[in-house]
Design a protein around this ligand. Structure first.
Ligand code: ADP
Ligand code: MG
Length: 245
C-alpha cells in the first residue's frame, strides 16, 4: 500500500530567500504547509515559483532562511536525502527503459528487493491507470500517458512531499483538463502532501486546498481558492485571478 506523506505533520519555510547576484528571485518567504494539503504556488512567469520549488527539493541552495520538516531542519540535506517526489513539465523519463523500469528506478537505487519493487510498481501503475502499458517504452505513449508515468515514478517512493512544476503545460487543452482531474483524484486517494507550481489561475483554483500567490519573489496572498476569488487583498491579485475593472 502506498502511504505517501504519513511521515510528518508540517513543512515550514522560514524566511526562505534565494538571490542570483542582485536579483532576489525569492525573498523572505515564510509558509507552513500541513500534511495532506494540496498547495498551489501561483504567479506569472518569473515570479519565483520554480526557485521556491527547487529550494524545497534541494536542487537549488537557498541563500537565506531555512526549511523544516516538523522539528528537523532539512535545507542542508542533499535532494536524495530529502526524498521528495518530483514531477516536471518535461517528463524526464529514460527513453530506453520500459515504463515499469522508469517507475521502479528510484526504488532500485535505494536497494529495494525485486519482489517489493514489482509489487509497488504494480500499485503505482494501477493508481495512474496504466496497467496495460508497463512493458512499453515512453516513446510509445501519448504525452498525457508519459506524464502519468512521471507521476507514478514520483509517488512510488512514498515521498513525504510531492513537488510538481507546471506538470501539465506541455499538454493540449483537453488533456490538461483530463489530467487535472486525474491529479486531484490521485491526491484524494493517497493524501500525499503536494506543492503544485502553476501560472494558470484555473488550475490553481480547481486543484488546490490553499493557493499561495507569488509576486516578484514574495508572497502576495495566501488563501483558499474561495478566499482569493471572493476577496483578493490586492488589485494585482484580483486582476490576476481574472477580475477586470
Ligand atoms: P517562475 O518559475 O515563477 O517562472 P523562476 O523561479 O524560474 O520563476 O525565476 C525567478 C527569477 O529568477 C526570474 O527573474 C529568473 O530570471 C531568475 N532566475 C531563475 N533562475 C536563475 C538562474 N539560475 N540564474 C539567474 N537568474 C535566475
Ligand atoms: Mg518556472
Amino acid at each position: 500500500m502506498l502511504l505517501a506523506s504519513s511521515k510528518f505533520d508540517e513543512l515550514r519555510l522560514d524566511h526562505l530567500t534565494r538571490s542570483f547576484g542582485a536579483l532576489n528571485a525569492l525573498q523572505d518567504v515564510s509558509l507552513t504547509i500541513r500534511r495532506s494539503e494540496f498547495i498551489a504556488l501561483l504567479g506569472p512567469s518569473g515570479c519565483g515559483k520554480s526557485t521556491a520549488l527547487n529550494c524545497i527539493a534541494g536542487l537549488l541552495a537557498a541563500t537565506g532562511g531555512s526549511i523544516y520538516l516538523d522539528d528537523k531542519r532539512i535545507d542542508q540535506l542533499k535532494p536524495e536525502d530529502r526524498g521528495f517526489g518530483m514531477v516536471f513539465q518535461s517528463y524526464a523519463l529514460f527513453p530506453h527503459m520500459s515504463v515499469r523500469a522508469n517507475i521502479g528506478f528510484g526504488l532500485k537505487m535505494r536497494g529495494t528487493p525485486k519482489a517489493e519493487i514489482a509489487k509497488r510498481v504494480d500499485e503505482a501503475l494501477a493508481l495512474v491507470r496504466l496497467e496495460a502499458h508497463g512493458h512499453k517504452l515512453p516513446g510509445q505513449l501519448s504525452g498525457g500517458q508519459q506524464q502519468r508515468v512521471a507521476i507514478a515514478r514520483a509517488i512510488v517512493i512514498e515521498p513525504p512531499l510531492v513537488l510538481m512544476d507546471e506538470p501539465l503545460s506541455n499538454l493540449d487543452a483537453k488533456l490538461r483538463l483530463e489530467m487535472r482531474a486525474e491529479i486531484r483524484r490521485i491526491h484524494n486517494q493517497l493524501g500525499a502532501t503536494t506543492i503544485y507550481v502553476t501560472h494558470d489561475q484555473d488550475e490553481a483554483l480547481s486543484l488546490a486546498d490553499r493557493i499561495v500567490v507569488l509576486r516578484e519573489g514574495r508572497i502576495r496572498q495566501v488563501g483558499s481558492p474561495r478566499d482569493l476569488y471572493e476577496s483578493p487583498d490586492h488589485l494585482d491579485v484580483a486582476e490576476f485571478m481574472g477580475f477586470r475593472n
